[in-house]
Each structure stands twice: as structure tokens, then as C-alpha cells.
Design a protein around this ligand. Structure first.
Ligand SMILES: [Zn+2]
Length: 253
């Protein structure tokens, strides 16, 4: 048994026995891991909010060689996303991003880039005026880091540049309008502005993007498509999508 320290973002938490909590945390050094917080539901010494999804923790824990969960001995909150919790829309986007990282990452598979990206996204979520664009940005870059984002620069079938386009069945490979029209039934096309949006999101830092100038409806359609792709590719269900998309549809109504 060895003692380790690391930093991590809480992905999910659940009750564990009478007084403990079981946390899934994406750590900087070890990737996704399960930790037990002893007595957190009763103890006053544990900081409030330590088990809230999205919280960034500094953890000291016992590493057990043959166990899947590790026991936390000390913890400090490095950042708590209290600002996000006032808005249902932001809570839904936080849940979407955390759930996607959780569902697309294996245990003990370190990826510091993913850790940095989640930390930055949680911080950006509190401040951005466009959580939809942030979530889309996040999912696209996560897919790219995982190596499953197809090239977006040309039609996947004819290899030509495109304006209007559709996505192929169950994937995110762009198909130009001319090729897509041959499919039966012909798929719904995304406008050329969607291609520009994708190219902006994939080539620019989030903080440098003028989100107010981007078409939110198009971003929402693309986000929905990206979530469906992730569910199919990883064989997971993104539970937060239902509430998130019903929330945004009600906005439009
Ligand atoms: Zn084509």
C-alpha cells in the first residue's frame, strides 16, 4: 500500500454504504479512477461540495495494488463550480461533458490533455454566454484526442470540397450535397454555415472564439449529431442529453 497525491475532476458520485461516497474522478496522472471518501456524508471535517460533479480536487490516497477503488485520506477543493449550479442550462452542459468523458475513457488510462481540457471547459462554462457552442467545441476536441474524429475538410465519398453537407449514417464523416442526394431517402442537409462553424471550432482556441457571432441553432443540431455518434461509437447512453435537448427546444418555442 503506497500513498499518492494527485489532482482530479469529479465525474460522478454515488452513495456507498452508510456514510461513504464512491467517486469517479478523472485525474491528471492516472486517468479515470474510483475513490472512496469515508464518512463524507456525516463528517463536518470534509469540505462541502467535494463530491459534486465538476469539482476539482487535490487528493491524497492509498494505492491498493489489487483493488479497483482507492481510499482517500486527505482532500482539498482546488475549484468548485458553484457559479454553474445557478443555471439549469449550465448544469445540463456540465453533465453532458462529464458524462461523455466518463463514457469514452477507460480506467487507469492517463491522458493529461483530457484532464486539462475538462478543467478548462468547467471554468469556461461558468463564464461563457454560449454553453451550446462550448459543449460542441468540447465534444469535437475530445473525439479528436481519442482519434475518432474523421477529417472534415472534404466530402468523404467524392473527396471534393463542400458547402451544404450531410453526415454519413452513424458517423461524423461529411458527405457533400451532390453525393448525399443520391441516398434514399435523401438525408437532411446542414447549411454551409455549419461547415464554417465546425472549421472555426476545430482551428481556434475556445477563448478566442466570438460565440455571439455563431449560429446557435446550427450548433445545437451539430451537438445533437455528435452526441448520437458518441453513443453509437462507444455503445453508451448519454443520459443528460434528454433534459438538455428538451430544455433548448423549449427555449425555441
Ligand atoms: Zn461528395
Amino acid at each position: 500500500m503506497r500513498i499518492h497525491k494527485t489532482e482530479g475532476i469529479v465525474l460522478a458520485a454515488q452513495a456507498h454504504g452508510e456514510a461513504d461516497r464512491l467517486l469517479r474522478v478523472f485525474t491528471r496522472d492516472m486517468g479515470k479512477r474510483s475513490f472512496v471518501l469515508k464518512g463524507i456524508r456525516k463528517s463536518r471535517r470534509r469540505p462541502q461540495g467535494a463530491a459534486d460533479p465538476g469539482t476539482r480536487l487535490l487528493l491524497t490516497f492509498y494505492e491498493h495494488d489489487n483493488r479497483a477503488t482507492h481510499i482517500v485520506t486527505e482532500l482539498r477543493i482546488a475549484a468548485h463550480c458553484a457559479d454553474i449550479r445557478d443555471s439549469m442550462e449550465r448544469i445540463c452542459h456540465l453533465a453532458l461533458m462529464l458524462e461523455t468523458v466518463d463514457g469514452t475513457s477507460g480506467f487507469d488510462d492517463p491522458n493529461p490533455t483530457v484532464f486539462e481540457m475538462i478543467s478548462a471547459a468547467v471554468a469556461a462554462l461558468a463564464a461563457t454566454d454560449s454553453p451550446v457552442v462550448l459543449s460542441l467545441f468540447f465534444l469535437l476536441h475530445l473525439l479528436r484526442i481519442h482519434g475518432v474524429l474523421p477529417p472534415m475538410g472534404a466530402c468523404a465519398r467524392c473527396g471534393k470540397p463542400y458547402a451544404d453537407f450531410a453526415f454519413g449514417d452513424a458517423d461524423l464523416r461529411p458527405v457533400c450535397a451532390a453525393c448525399a442526394r443520391r441516398d434514399r431517402p435523401p438525408p437532411t442537409l446542414f447549411p454551409a454555415s455549419a461547415r464554417e462553424l465546425l472549421s472555426t471550432l476545430l482551428s481556434t482556441r475556445f477563448s478566442a472564439i466570438n460565440t455571439a457571432a455563431l449560429p446557435v441553432d446550427t450548433a445545437l443540431d451539430l451537438l445533437f449529431r455528435a452526441v448520437l455518434f458518441i453513443e453509437g461509437y462507444y455503445h453508451i447512453e448519454i443520459k443528460s442529453k434528454k433534459l438538455l435537448f428538451s430544455l433548448h427546444r423549449n427555449d425555441d418555442a
